[in-house]
Design a protein around this ligand. Structure first.
Ligand code: SF4
Ligand code: SF4
Ligand code: FES
Length: 314
């Protein structure tokens, strides 16, 4: 018998959440969703979880297994077992309020998806028939089109844990679906809005959403694609874009990152308030002996760095 530890919560009965253990004889090939169903149907009918398609299509069965978001119907339980304890810990998705047991409230998730205006904007040519795309054009939005809105990426995003204003990986992946759409006429307007605080530049590039996403949507890669479009469209008047440009300029010219100019260039030379905010940080670094050297040793592989940039430019 294996142990399935499930985080239970029912505010009508008890204020706090707690773990309850169930003993289950795991059958080869059973998914985690099969196991949850077996517990609900044969051991405790009060256990509450969501499901519909059982085929990794509807996106409704997202839970955390051993601390990481996953689709319960997509993972075989035996591969989730902690070999030392012969157990699986199941919790509700993170970064969302819990309604009951494994069921979370997606309200803020959907509000953020709405915020990126997830519909085609094209006023110029009212179509008499469908607007078609070439295979090459569709390839640019193929991956983001596969999102099933399961919330796994949203659950495990590190930025959302500390900043609930961040749009989050799912909404940004959805935004790329339209930023990259050859039929959409609002690309500039979209990337301007997505470059505001809470948008693309607040992502910390941790890559967790790529690990968690059960589909090719893989939000972090989509966020990078929006960043590229924003830079190409000249949307540079924000800390994130300036940071990326300063980083690139420094590495391209010297092969090294100049950590003295990076914060100043990221903030912007005319941003007096922002620059003044850097002063206490600089002083603390000075006192702790953490200020980077003004003159770096030259980079030994500068020619290789330049060659890489040349190839990228081409
Ligand atoms: S890569 Fe960005 S969006 Fe994805 S989980 Fe990390 S911080 Fe969140
Ligand atoms: S991007 Fe991936 S993990 Fe995020 S909601 Fe869509 S399918 Fe789920
Ligand atoms: S039940 Fe539909 S995705 Fe798992």
């Amino acid at each position: 018998m294996s142990v399935i530890k499930i985080k239970r919560y029912n505010p009508e009965k008890r204020k706090d959440s707690y773990f309850q253990e169930f003993n289950v004889d795991l059958q080869p090939g059973s998914t985690l969703l099969d196991v949850l169903n077996e517990i609900k149907w044969e051991q405790d009918g009060t256990l509450t979880h969501r499901m519909s398609c059982r085929s990794a299509i509807c996106g409704s069965c997202g839970v955390k297994a051993n601390g990481h978001a996953t689709l319960a119907c997509q993972k075989q339980a035996e591969f989730l077992l902690d070999k030392k304890t012969d157990s699986i810990t199941v919790e509700p998705l993170g970064n969302m309020p819990v309604i009951k047991d494994l069921v979370t409230d997606f309200k803020q998730f959907w509000e953020k998806v709405d915020q990126v205006k997830p519909f085609l904007k094209n006023e110029s040519s009212p179509p008499e028939k469908e607007r078609s795309q070439s295979p090459e054009e569709f390839k640019l939005i193929d991956d983001s089109s596969t999102c099933i809105m399961c919330g796994a990426c949203y659950s495990d995003c590190n930025v959302l844990e500390v900043d609930d204003k961040f749009l989050g990986p799912a909404a940004l992946a959805k935004a790329q679906r339209f930023v990259g759409d050859s039929r959409d006429e609002a690309t500039l307007e979209r990337v301007k809005e997505l470059s505001e605080p809470g948008g693309i530049w607040d992502c910390t590039h941790c890559g967790e959403c790529v690990e968690r996403c059960p589909k090719p949507a893989q939000p972090f890669y989509r966020i990078k694609e929006i960043m590229t479009v924003a830079l190409e469209k000249g949307v540079h008047d924000n800390n994130g874009a300036r940071h990326a440009l300063s980083f690139t300029k420094s590495v391209k010219s010297s092969g090294l990152l100049n950590e003295n100019t990076l914060p100043v260039e990221s903030m912007g030379f005319t941003n007096i308030k922002g620059l003044l905010e850097l002063v206490p940080v600089g002083l603390r670094m000075l006192l702790k002996g953490k200020v980077p050297p003004i003159f770096h040793k030259p980079c030994g592989e500068l020619n290789d760095v330049k060659r890489i940039f040349k190839e990228l430019d081409q």
